[in-house]
Design a protein around this ligand. Sequence first.
Ligand code: NAP
Length: 391
Amino acid sequence: MSEKPRFPPSPAWLKSRHLRPWRAEPSAVGSRSPRRSSKTLLPNLESTTRGQTRLEQYRQIVLASRPKGVPVPNNFRLETGAVPSPAEGQLLLRTQYLSLDPYMRGRMNAAESYAAPVEVGEVMEGEVIAEILASRHPHYRQGELVQAKIGWRTHAAVAPETVRRVETRGNAPTTALGVLGMPGFTAFSGMRVIGRPSTGETVVVAAATGPVGSLVGQLAKRVGARAIGIASGAAKCAYIRDQLRFDVAIDRNSGRLSDALAWACPDGIDVYFENVGGPVWDAVLPLLNRYARVPVCGLIAHYNAAQSPPGPTSAEVMQTVLRRSVLIRGFINAEFATEHYDAFLEEVGPLVKSGDIRYREEIVDGLEAAPNAFVGMLAGRNFGKLLVRVH
Ligand SMILES: NC(=O)c1ccc[n+]([C@@H]2O[C@H](COP(=O)([O-])OP(=O)(O)OC[C@H]3O[C@@H](n4cnc5c(N)ncnc54)[C@H](OP(=O)(O)O)[C@@H]3O)[C@@H](O)[C@H]2O)c1
């Protein structure tokens, strides 16, 4: 039988499972927090403080109800149960890190999208880095690290076709969920296929300290373009300038976004990598140059919105598109994977290793912290790639 406690879990519940409360842990530039030492484990068994063993329980977070606007704790539910035994040919995974990504907000809606929604009662979707606790497949051995889309859960028994070995070109395993994973590839492919910046051009990106935006600007700099980053708050802006080495950082909450952007882009904007929509897009539109390119990657400013926000009318947008021969192209990273993923790892992997490409992670502890951290990300409270350390 599954227990179904509510969020947030009570201090007593956390204590009974030896869990710590939520803690944000910004890691150093280009690095990650040290791994906690792993316990000695047998499949399905967990050490106790007295040196005895007891059955290990899985924990998972399911969609309890669909949010109206900003998600609230009651939209999530924690469930527990006995860890599954892998069938012949399967692998038993134990999650080390769960990636929290903006797209998950879309999966909480029933509305049609490029991917099917998570049904109420189903596990929240998500990609993890997991350790193989037990292998019943000849090609995998216990202890190997793999990536898998098993969702917000601590354990899963899966077919090997649904996992792939973590490949980070010698970088920390967590980079496989960020700068060297799906978000990094999104930046790389969106810039390579659609943005195509060249020397002297001006590239603008918002959510500029996150795993997508931070790589967009750094790739722009590498081809000799100017990079303008937009983010919230002084600390993020300082990071964009001093660590990511963009040319200008703009605080989106400064109240003078249009003026600041016009000042930062005296020659107009050649590539606007659209991560956010909303007021940033409104400020960008008048500054787009002839032949500007707009890879439309994400619209996070609208993810919690119940209705369309005010802004330029579609007629105004289309007039700009026509008069200035602007290319606006939406994309989902997966469409470019076959052609460009190998090149991405080949090119960006060594640059991360050498420190020429920088990244930042924010790691929160414990699966139970995922809902709060996720909701915080939708409001810009994360600073870097948001991960949950699960084990
Ligand atoms: N098309 C694809 O295949 C694909 C793949 C991955 C990601 N994406 C999209 O790429 C974007 C960035 O993703 P990420 O993983 O790198 O996320 P992220 O930057 O780590 O986190 C999201 C950031 O969005 C910013 N934000 C939140 N609300 C905002 C608002 N109302 N207006 C402006 N900015 C707001 C916040 O940054 P600040 O507070 O610092 O501004 C927040 O930290 C998202 O839109 C995501 O959906 C698309």
